[in-house]
Design a protein around this ligand. Structure first.
Ligand SMILES: Nc1ncnc2c1ncn2[C@@H]1O[C@H](COP(=O)(O)OP(=O)(O)OP(=O)(O)O)[C@@H](O)[C@H]1O
Length: 225
């Protein structure tokens, strides 16, 4: 199975049957093959976060199927979904959400320990990722001692730590100035390309979107190429 992500006929409605009912996803389909990087562009409120949460197994659709690496996880147990989330998915958000009391290195080591990797191997992997993202000299710094662009790169390294199949990112450089945003995004893309990772990256930045393999616009509860 070469499709890393396959979303089929997703429907999601909030407040069904109540005042404020809103139908956010309406028969949405999406297939991302191995190695493909897709941009997700959507006006505010169109349902971008809803879509990323469902694809990331953090929320469930009202109907439709979510397949990761060919496995249908829409109706899987919570245990299986958590396992798949840890092992197969990497998340990057607009704000870094790093643990403030831990060093950059530890922030990348911890999710690996949670995934059953031994400390020595986890540290080696964390160092390698920090090097690749140009942060070799920042391993022992806490997040508060890092610049915004550096914090975001640590968050990216953390997302890649467990060697996911699919990277899901919500405005990963949205909090950075345009110059830094371009540099940090470029570094992320380099690592993604080297590892043959697939990604779905939400962005409002059309220049960045144009650098991805395809651009998907979320409108009317569906995706338009
Ligand atoms: N838990 C919820 N209960 C009720 N309505 C919700 C809930 N979550 C989201 N919505 C509504 O669903 C719509 C889509 O929300 P979502 O957060 O997915 O949009 P978005 O495209 O990510 O927006 P933004 O870019 O502004 O973050 C919005 O109108 C929002 O108000």
């Amino acid at each position: 199975m070469n499709d890393v992500l396959h979303l089929e006929m997703l429907e999601k409605c909030y407040n069904r049957g109540q005042p404020g009912e809103i139908s956010v996803l309406q028969g949405l389909n999406l297939t991302i093959p191995r190695g493909q990087v897709a941009a997700l562009v959507a006006p505010s409120g169109a349902g971008k976060s809803t879509l990323l949460h469902i694809a990331g197994l953090l929320d469930t659709p009202d109907s439709g199927r979510v397949l990761i690496g060919g496995e249908d996880l829409s109706a899987a147990s919570d245990k299986r979904r958590t396992e798949a989330r840890r092992r197969d998915l990497g998340f990057v958000y607009q704000f870094h959400h790093l643990l403030p009391e831990f060093s950059a290195l530890e922030n990348i080591v911890l999710p690996q320990l949670a995934n059953g990797v031994g400390r020595r191997a986890a540290e080696a992997r964390a160092r390698e990722l920090l090097e690749r993202l140009g942060l070799g000299a920042r391993a022992r710094h806490r997040p508060s001692a890092l610049s915004g662009g550096e914090q975001q790169r640590v968050a990216m390294a953390r997302a890649l730590a467990n060697g996911p199949k699919l990277l899901l990112a919500d405005e990963p450089t949205g909090n950075l100035d345009p110059g830094t945003s371009e540099v940090v995004f470029g570094m992320l893309m380099e690592v993604v390309r080297e590892t043959g990772l697939s990604a779905l990256i939400a962005t409002h930045n059309l220049d960045l979107a144009g650098k991805m393999d395809r651009v998907l616009r979320l409108a009317g509860g569906r995706l338009v190429e």
